[in-house]
Design a protein around this ligand. Sequence first.
Ligand SMILES: [Zn+2]
Length: 510
Amino acid sequence: MLATALSAALQGIDAVPVQVEVNTGEAGEPKLILVGLPDATVKESDDRVFSALANSGLHPPRTRTTINLAPGDLRKEGPFYDLPIALGILVATDQLTTDRLGDYLIAGELGLSGATRPVRGALAMAVLARKLGKRGVMLPAVSAEEAALVAGVPVYRINSLDEAVRYLTGQLALQPLPRAALAPAAAVEGAPDFSEIKGQQAVRRAVEVAVAGNHNLLLVGPPGSGKSMVAKRIPTIMPEPQMEEFLEMLAIHSAAGHTLHGELRTFARPFRAPHHTISDVGLIGGGAIPGPGEISLAHHGVLFLDELPEFKRSALEVLRQPMEDNQVSISRSAGKITLPSSFMLVAAMNPCPCGYLGAPKHECRCSPSQIQRYRARISGPLIDRIDLHVEAPSLSVGDLRSAQPGESSGPIRERVRQARAVQQRRFAGTSTHTNARMTQAQIRQYCAHDRALGDLLEQAMLQLALSARAYDRILKVSRTIADLAGAENIAAQHMLEAIQYRSLDRNVFY
Ligand SMILES: [Zn+2]
């Protein structure tokens, strides 16, 4: 006899429908045959399903049984299908009489006892069920809570195979979960905060400017100057995410399985810091079953690339397009998938291969050609997309001992929010949202300056031997500095500060 249940597979961050067809009563020894491009974890279903059935007081099939996961050309991965397979077997073997199996989108792993275990991508599954007009979604506990964030589709929490059976036969009345409410998380105890950064006034200021205008940032300094410590705290001074942004972030992390472990349950922006040995696929996404890469996991947050020159050239190359488009397209044999990837890039590097060029207590032994080769690794197109370079000096003993904590994240975030509000009004009705993304025409319109300022900039460019590409960056950053100051027009002090943030365009750091 044939039974059919509806489940789903993940493609990037979207769920697509998968029909689980169960056919029992075939000739041959009693076993499960899984077809329809299942991967190894799906194939292990039969052991889990057999045990779960037996331990729930039900009977595994006594005949050869074929499970077909359709469509057949779509790879299926992960233990999503245990629960729909088990329910399909029960209907096909007349142990469960219901005409409601097809009304729900069902997913869940089964433990040997018959208890359900959460699956990745629950948020996308709820969105799919709503699109298909299903009566509801049946999901294991943690997954169900995640799915309940999606409005417009009832979500049922199923703790065990037995519960699913009793619900479908009407013996158990289940209420759909109430729509989960999200509120900005109150300060989480032990969360990083800018008050822990002592000294480093110049770095703190550059970070504030960068976040205010959504500019990418490069921190240059010797080991121990606290570059990663600073980077990690940048999400804490970004404006709180809007609900729309939060749902996008959540969908990405749900597809990657992070939310199952409690990440992103709070209303916080992501900080991703992949190691420099990361593969191109790990960075931009894709793989046999296409999933989000680091640049998508950093969506609406910070992507931190420490030791920037150590990253493979190919990895830095693949970053360019997504940084331009705020999304990444991954080519598949069966078409393209697109994942969102709008992030602030924060990169860090040592000033030279040994790290101690210009440091007061250590001697740098790098030759000029070694230093040049080291910097040349990141020159060109990527550095061109980074508006601010800032030197982080090594911390002096005095700084470290300073009992005075720095300003905390809250007030900095408030200033950033005000500067962003100015930009929102400025760019209303255009596709630009922040100063960093101004077009040439917008730069001309909003970074207008008088003759004296033009002369100042030209002089600085000559004296500091700045490259031509530095010109627009300085204007954009000047605009942000003026916005932070609440100034209508860019003034000389704004421009002078912006000029300082182009240290990498000069031939020397120090
Ligand atoms: Zn050195």
